[in-house]
Design a protein around this ligand. Structure first.
Ligand code: NAD
Length: 499
């Protein structure tokens, strides 16, 4: 491969105006294993200082009118448009997703900026009927405080933006701890944001604090009582360790954890459409999306045809440098991920699976695997963050839904069918138990307008669109008495003796 990640990094840093210098945390590109930059890890004391600055900034920012806060986010969106190409390339360079997905990730940031700008004029509470005469009852939504955002490597910039853009228009400040595997993407975004904030009169210093590092920095954020909300994206293992730490100080968490997403393909499905959806969802981002398709549940009547087609398509998937047009599958994030995939395939084989593909082909590159399984056994109910598609058979829709729901995770799901009854059953209370349930499209590739997140071990959080903004604010119930009496609720009498 003539490609040099170091040379590409130098060009991108120049265009993005960052100079990642000396530091103890190195970032390597999964494309060729080259060291592309270093940053300094934040110690717990550094994290505490960052939270202190964010807290001081909050005192000011919470009083800036929300539409003005939206104006800052609007300008940030403009700056992202101007930097879309180099930032998208840096995403590809540092986490290995193909270039159109790297650029798409920046587009997602731009989209959430636009959404947040509109939202900044729409933050609203209810006025509620009161039982007391000459009273008014209402809800007011107030900014919450400095919000901690912990992000995963596989969406190194977009998921932060889902959180940060909403938090900022809601009047919060942000302390961001990105993945230790993608610190340079975070440094570039923070630099773009700083360039916008410095030109914006009402923006205090400390509006966005970046703390680099791994688990220790994340734990310091989780433990800090000045951080009322920690929004954390990553594995279920991480969520299981983090959530009790935040809960013990009565902080709130917004958790976006692992998925184990399935697609049911029914006999009436448009199979040509299903094939394309399966391929994108299973091998796109090299199977490293939280919403990646991991379990395909196929009706007996079409099993041989559909699985035969997949077996023919899989060996032809182009694997390689994610910058090259035509590449569909880039590298995994690191060699540990390659090893984890091999271990999962060995277990699948041991559990009776018939495997096609999955071989490592050097560096962080692997062939995507198909694994026909006799049952939804141990390895299938776990999330392996790699392009392995487990395939299961079913006969009745009830059986298919039971398989779909029979895993600990509850992020995304889909069904391919042209039978209205099946589609609506899948979407009903007796259907998919996931936060996302789609019909005739795959489980991955959500748009920002909807609330994003999942149930069970996925953590229950909702981010991005719909009314997810409420998680970044605190609700006050207000009652105003504009009369001359003091009626008590529930008809309670409490008359003081007359003098
Ligand atoms: P990870 O859990 O290894 O790390 C995620 C983040 O948590 C990193 O910033 C890491 O430094 C931090 N962290 C790890 N342990 C911690 C601890 N004990 N305390 C505080 N912080 C800690 O995950 P990853 O490998 O970066 O990402 C892949 C995982 O993320 C997959 O499980 C994927 O499904 C999940 N994910 C979920 C969503 C979603 O929206 N549900 C989105 C993207 C990724």
């Amino acid at each position: 491969m003539s490609f040099s990640s170091e040379a590409e990094a130098a060009r991108l840093f120049d265009r993005l105006g960052i100079t990642p210098g000396a530091g103890d945390l190195g970032s390597t590109s999964p494309i060729d294993g080259g060291l592309i930059g270093k940053v300094a890890t934040a110690s717990p004391a550094d994290v505490a200082a960052a939270v202190g600055r964010a807290q001081a900034a909050f005192q000011h920012w919470r009083m800036v009118p929300a539409p003005r806060r939206g104006e800052l986010v609007r300008r940030f969106g403009e700056a992202l448009r101007a930097h879309k190409e180099p930032l998208g390339r840096l995403v590809t360079l540092e986490c290995g997703k193909i270039l159109s997905e790297g650029l798409g990730e920046v587009q997602e940031m731009i989209d959430i900026c636009d959404f947040a700008v509109g939202l900044s004029r729409q933050l609203h509470g209810l006025t509620i009927a009161t039982e007391r005469r000459d009273h008014r009852m209402m809800e007011t939504w107030h900014p919450l405080g400095p919000v901690g955002v912990i992000s995963a490597f596989n969406f190194p910039v977009a998921v932060w933006a889902w959180n940060a853009c909403l938090a900022l228009v809601c009047g919060d400040t942000v302390v961001w701890k990105p993945s230790e595997k993608t610190p340079l993407c975070a440094a570039a975004v923070a630099a773009i944001f700083a360039g916008v904030a410095i030109e914006f009169e009402e923006a205090p210093e400390g509006l966005l604090e970046l703390v680099q590092g791994g688990r220790e920095a994340g734990e310091a954020l989780a433990d800090d009582p000045r951080v009322p909300l920690v929004s954390a994206t990553g594995s279920t293992r991480m969520g299981r360790a983090l959530a009790p730490r935040v809960a013990v100080r009565f902080g709130r968490t917004l958790l976006e954890l692992g998925g184990n997403n399935a697609m049911i393909v029914a006999p009436s499905a448009d199979l040509a459409l299903a094939e394309r959806a399966i391929a994108f969802a299973a091998v796109g981002t090299a199977g490293q999306r939280c919403t990646s398709l991991r379990r395909l549940i196929v009706h007996d009547d079409i099993y041989d045809h559909l699985v035969g087609r997949l077996k023919a398509i899989w060996p032809g998937l182009s694997i390689g440098n994610p910058f090259e047009s035509g590449t569909l599958v880039g590298p995994l994030i690191d060699e540990d991920a390659v090893a984890a995939m091999q271990a999962a395939l060995a277990r699948a084989k041991g559990q009776g699976g018939a495997i096609q593909g999955g071989e490592p082909i050097g560096g962080c590159y692997v062939r995507p695997a198909l694994a026909e399984m006799p049952a939804q056994s141990g390895v299938v109910i776990e999330e392996t963050f790699a392009p392995i598609l487990y395939i299961l058979r079913y006969r009745t829709l009830d059986e298919a839904i039971a398989l779909q729901n029979g895993v600990p995770q509850g992020l995304s799901s889909s069904i391919f069918t042209t039978d209205l009854r099946e589609a609506e059953t899948f979407l009903s209370a007796a259907g998919s138990d996931c936060g996302i349930a789609n019909v005739n499209l795959g489980p991955s590739g959500a748009e920002i307008g909807g609330a994003f997140g999942g149930e069970k071990e996925t953590g229950g959080g909702r981010e991005s669109g719909s009314d997810s903004w409420r998680a970044y604010m605190r609700r006050a119930t207000n009652v105003v008495n504009y009369g001359r009496d003091l009626p008590l609720a529930q008809g309670v009498d409490f008359d003081l003796p007359t003098e």
